[in-house]
Design a protein around this ligand. Structure first.
Ligand SMILES: [Zn+2]
Ligand SMILES: [Zn+2]
Length: 412
């Protein structure tokens, strides 16, 4: 309902061509669009200049990169925009997640990508709007068919308890009940979390290198020591992901020549007062001493001159987007996307193409890439006699179904 109301207002301002790509065009609702296009979507989407991308209908070229915004919003939960998360898919088949902010796992699931292909996350910093859905991807992906560990790369902090290792290990322990309850019921390996912590102070140093993919990090300035930004380089293409930061010299030095440069762009102090209900002092603190306001975002992008600049970390409404866009345009004239969730960028040497992803909101997990292992019954924690004593005996009613199922599937 809300989207239908917004549509006419949005349409009148679509003349701003640079933000056309960022316009949410789901006026019919994702489910209806998916159904209507289901029969013709593959041919219609190939080479016709359409502005939609339907997951699992296009093969990446060997020299092509696809980036999907799985979260672009603010720390406050919102139905239409999750918190920070970007998925990078490469023509060699590899996939990398950058941040996993609260709400993002739902968008990731809607893309119907096998969960065992989504096993590498690079975290910029440990605010919930950048790591809040780690638990959802960890256990949801495990149950959804990831048979190996989920691996998390992230920065250290000034002290050990402010680092990524501490965060991941204590999160795993906090979910002890969840973890142990699945032991012996489903295969164990998908429940492992592996941490790769690196020094947040390193400057453009390698944090990952494999199969022609190199990922480097450099420091950012945000809230406390620890936050970082990343560059992923592969096959002559460079993807840059800036986590939260005030404008900093490391970014302008190491993000140069990016094909796609993502950097936070925060609402201005008056916008934060009006929409986020912050006090004047808080609005000023948040916008200018912790984040990057639009004109400052423009300065950063003018300095590094990417093939496509991506602004995110704002609620992309018509009364926010256009004033922010004008702020950026005061200092930066190059290619620009005002990001919202479920935009996709196809990046190659030939072009950077921006489209809207049409998702399946009712997705089930995609078939896993690897065969599942067997649950190890010995790892199961038995119920206490007290709880076992509360069972209703349905064994007679279930017996025929269980027998038949075991016979069909070769179970003992
Ligand atoms: Zn933050
Ligand atoms: Zn943030």
């Amino acid at each position: 309902m809300k989207r239908l109301k917004l549509a006419p207002a949005a349409a009148t301002v679509l003349v701003l061509a640079a933000v056309v790509a960022a316009e949410r065009s789901r006026t019919a609702g994702p489910g209806q669009t998916q159904a209507a296009d289901a029969t013709t979507r593959q041919p219609a989407n190939e080479g016709m200049g359409m502005d939609r991308y339907f997951p699992n209908t296009e093969k990446l070229a060997p020299d092509e990169m696809r980036v999907i915004a799985c979260g672009t919003g603010m720390p406050t939960p919102r139905r239409s925009q999750a918190s920070t998360c970007f998925l990078v898919e490469l023509g060699n088949g590899e996939k990398f997640l950058f941040d996993i902010g609260s709400g993002a796992a739902t968008n990731i699931g809607s893309l119907e990508i096998p969960f065992d292909a989504l096993d590498k996350i690079f975290v910029s910093h440990l605010h919930t709007d950048h790591v809040g859905d780690l638990s959802a991807l960890w256990t949801g992906g495990w149950v959804g068919g990831r048979h190996g560990p989920l691996q998390v790369w992230g920065p250290s902090g000034q002290t050990p308890e402010l680092g990524t290792r501490h965060f991941v290990e204590t999160l795993r322990r906090a979910f002890e009940w969840d973890y142990r309850g699945r032991m012996g019921v489903i295969p164990t390996s998908g429940g492992e979390l592996v941490v790769h912590e690196f020094d947040y102070r390193q400057e453009n140093a390698i944090v990952y290198e494999k199969n022609g993919v190199t990922i480097r990090s450099w420091p950012a300035i945000h809230a406390l020591d620890g936050p970082v930004s990343y560059a992923l380089e592969w096959n002559g293409l460079k993807f840059v992901f800036g986590g939260d930061t005030v404008p900093n010299t490391w970014f302008t030095r190491y993000a140069r020549n990016a094909d796609l440069a993502i950097h936070e762009c925060f609402p201005t102090p008056p916008q934060l007062m009006r929409k986020q209900r912050l006090s004047a002092q808080s609005a000023l603190n948040v916008a200018t001493s912790v984040h990057t306001v639009p004109a400052a975002f423009g300065l950063v992008m003018a300095e590094i001159n990417p093939r496509m600049a991506v602004a995110y970390h704002f609620f992309n409404d018509f009364d926010i987007r256009f004033p922010m866009y004008e702020g950026i345009r005061r200092t930066y004239k190059g290619p620009l996307t005002m990001a919202t969730d479920l935009l996709v960028w196809n990046v190659s040497k030939r072009e950077v193409r921006v489209r809207q992803v049409v998702i399946n909101p009712d997705a089930w997990p995609a078939p896993p890439l690897s065969p599942p292992g067997q649950p190890d019954a010995r790892l199961r924690t038995p119920f206490s006699p007290f709880v076992d004593g509360g069972r209703i005996d349905v064994s007679r009613q279930l017996a025929p179904m269980i027998q038949e199922f075991k016979k069909q599937n070769g179970l003992k």
